[in-house]
Structure formats: C-alpha cells, structure tokens
Design a protein around this ligand. Sequence first.
Ligand code: 4NP
Length: 164
Amino acid sequence: MNSTVEVCFVCLGNICRSPLAQGVFEALVKKEGLQDRIIISSAGVGHWHVGNPPDSRMQQTAREHGIHLNSRARQFQDSDFKKMDLVLAMDHSNLSALEQMRPAPELNDKLFLFRSFDPEHNDNLEVPDPYYGGDKGFETVYQIVERTCPKVLDHLKTKLAKKA
Ligand code: 4NP
C-alpha cells in the first residue's frame, strides 16, 4: 500500500491565507498526480469564522489565477498534531498559538512558518494578514503562496520517500 503524508495550513481565521494555500497546493499536487499520497487541509487558530467559506475577496483573487476555493473554516485542534506530518503557520502569532498546544519536542520536525519555505522571504517570514487591508493585500498573499507551494511540495516528497 502506498503511504501518505498529511499537511495543514494554519492562519488566524481560516478564511483568507490558509484556504488560499490549501487551494493552490491542492491544484499543484493534482497536477503532479500525488492527490492520493498527500492529504491537504487548512484551519484557523481562532474560532470566529468556523463553518464559513473563504472571504469573497480571497475567492476573487484565487479565481483570477484559476483557483477555486471550496473549504469551510474550522479551528485547529490540539489532536490534529498527532495525525499531521506538517503544520505550516502563516505568521508568528499563529505559530505561538500552535506552540502553546504541545510541548516543543513533539513539534520539532512538523511545525514551521509557511514562509520558511519561500525562496524569496528575505528574512520576512510573515504572510501578511490581508483581512483589514485593501484588495492589493490579497494579490500579495497569492504571489507569496504561489512561489512557496512548490518548495513545500519538495519537502513533502522527501517525507513520503522516507515513509515508503
Ligand atoms: P486569515 O485572515 O487569518 O488569513 O483568515 C483573517 C480573517 C479574519 C480575521 C482576521 C484575519 N478577523 O479578525 O476576523
């Protein structure tokens, strides 16, 4: 049987940044024919938007790039860590919230900042929260996510190879 790996993208509300990362990553993984090997989800550290679809501005930006977002917001649970191989936080505040759920040694090789995989991060490891800004912020998030997802995929391929 083929082994699988599971990744979760995490932001604050799970209606802007992490649903976009989920949608872009799903499209990439499908293009590479790895959809049966890589399980993809997203979540928020906050509970305010649970059950909601992605923000309409994020959906619009994604659509302009040929990506359809169809997730519903959920809150990340402590128990999610157990099944995840990789958890990627969109900013330092999301990262701290996740770190508070588990003792550090358990998270060593599975919890990272999403932009630590960004080939152009220039030491800025935050995906800026676009929620209270203008439409330009959503395109900025898209550009970061688009160039970072292939590097995340490379990392997961390595994990898959180790599990095989
Ligand atoms: P996200 O953006 O964390 O990228 O989903 C936000 C969505 C909602 C809020 C903040 C950020 N909010 O304050 O409701």
